[in-house]
Ligand binder design. Structure first.
Ligand SMILES: Cc1ncc(C[n+]2csc(CCOP(=O)(O)OP(=O)(O)O)c2C)c(N)n1
Ligand SMILES: [Mg+2]
Length: 450
């Protein structure tokens, strides 16, 4: 993406000597006639206005825009009088509370539900596979199935996804098979990443899903830059990036939001506020009213939604996507939810939060059960279809694991390929040293192929 973008700029810069700036900017924006600067005073021909107040002594045209004066010495409050409301469509029992949502047809709704159940099943079985020592690591999306599938269903396949690590469901929705997931987790020859990543760090070119890097929030600037590139190319697509509440304490989050706002990048910034960043509760993470209020501070349109309500998530992303693409602007979504599982297989959350809290969320706020009730209310789902789906999903996941276990690992030489055209000498030395180690201790490396 970055390469493509710099090539594009070079081409444009090359032409600059031949055309005037006005026609350059016309060709630049021709596919987005709706583009306009939101801060008038940035325009060069308006700069004169900043030298006076247009005859009104109560205002001043500062470089960032016109500001009114006040004799009142008033600090902005640190807490709002009321917290930002949370958009919801379905109540806890799956009943619509209003008709203010984007209608979805039966086929899509049923696929959404099937994928939510498949994700839940995959998570449960893969988690157990780690406990049995068959894979080394796993991270579940338990409790966040509506966020995963509701958002994925509202996107176009050309939209690029920049995930954190709890969004395997987006990839599932796009057609990554259970066998693909299992191959990655077992790091076998069928893994796109050639076994170089930790389990559950998926990536797929084919599905426009950028490979997961669990260095928290690094994906945010990437998504913003890629969105900017899509805009430059006049593409009818946006990017979406997911991150947790913990991710918002990084510099990357703030740099990303600011860049997206200023450069008017068509990106959906999707925060999964699940209450916890491993053992850090949100009360130790920030003092603001969550994440949604930060959007306005950066000049980004924002909404807070119920992350356990698949219809609310679908609707918010559907509308955000339209705004991002047609108006060329970023949109921030804060989805309130709860991480109903442990952080990962390396965690035991009962050590830092009450079991009753986890059980309450699982029992009363399960997004899968809520969406099922709505489907049943529509007459689109029955108990026999539920039994068949769960049985089918379970058998498919177990089969995928059994197959993945028997597929051989990528050869050892693959560790050293795909980065350098001609590997540097230190890498060649490392390869020699690794080969010697494996030869000396074959019992410790039974799966290595030379
Ligand atoms: C830059 C960076 N710092 C620290 C970590 C260690 N770490 C891994 S996950 C995590 C918590 C992230 O929490 P959050 O963003 O809320 O996502 P969640 O796990 O709740 O989905 C941390 C601190 C990391 N992976 N990367
Ligand atoms: Mg979190």
């Amino acid at each position: 993406m970055a390469l493509h973008f710099s090539k594009y700029l070079k081409q444009k810069m090359g032409y600059l000597g031949m055309i005037n700036l006005r026609s350059w900017s016309c060709c630049f924006y021709q596919k987005q006639p709706y583009l306009s600067r939101r801060f008038e005073s940035f325009k060069a021909d308006k700069q004169l206005g900043s030298l006076h107040n247009g005859g009104d002594p109560q205002v001043m045209n500062f470089p960032g825009g016109i500001v009114k004066f006040t004799p009142e010495l008033k600090f902005l409050s640190d807490t709002p009088e009321e917290r930002i409301h949370c958009y919801r469509v379905l109540d806890d029992s799956g009943q619509p509370v209003s008709s203010n949502f984007v209608q979805i047809d039966k086929d899509i709704a049923v696929k959404m539900y099937k994928d939510m159940v498949t994700l839940q099943t995959m998570d449960t079985i893969f988690y157990d596979a780690q406990r049995q020592g068959r894979i080394s690591f796993y991270v579940t999306a338990i409790g966040e199935e509506a966020i995963n599938i509701g958002s994925a269903a509202a996107l176009g396949m050309d939209d690029l996804v920049f995930p954190q690590y709890r969004e395997a469901g987006v990839l599932l929705w796009r057609g990554f098979t259970l066998q693909d997931f299992a191959n990655q987790c077992f790091g076998n020859k069928g893994d796109n990443g050639k076994g170089r990543q930790m389990p559950a760090h998926y990536g797929s070119n084919k599905h426009n899903y950028i490979t997961i890097a669990s260095t928290v929030a690094t994906q945010i600037p990437h998504a913003v830059g890629a969105a900017y590139s899509l805009k430059m190319d006049g593409r009818e697509a946006c990017t979406i990036t997911y991150f947790g509440d913990g991710g918002t304490s990084t510099g990357d989050f703030h740099a990303g939001l600011n860049f997206a706002a200023v450069m008017e990048a068509p990106v959906i910034l999707f925060c999964r506020n699940n209450g916890w960043a491993i053992s850090t509760p949100v009360s130790d993470q920030f003092r603001s009213d969550g994440i949604v209020v930060r959007g306005q501070a950066y000049g980004v349109r924002s909404i807070r939604v119920d992350g356990n309500d698949a219809l609310a998530v679908f609707t918010a992303v559907h509308v955000a996507r339209k705004m991002a693409i047609s108006e060329c602007r970023p949109v921030l979504i804060e989805a309130l939810t709860y991480r109903a599982g442990h952080h990962s297989t390396s965690d035991d959350s009962s050590k830092y939060r009450p079991i009753e809290e986890i059980e309450w969320w699982r029992a009363t706020q399960d997004p899968v059960a809520r969406f099922r009730k709505w489907l049943e209310g529509q007459g689109w789902w029955t108990t026999p279809s539920e039994i068949e789906l769960r049985d089918h999903a379970r058998r498919e996941v177990l089969h995928a694991i059994q197959v993945a276990e028997t597929v051989e690992k990528p050869s050892l030489k693959e560790i050293f390929t795909d980065v350098y055209d001609v590997p540097p000498s230190n890498l060649c030395d490392q390869e020699k040293s690794l080969r010697k180690t494996v030869e000396r201790h074959p019992q410790d490396y039974p799966h290595f192929l030379f």
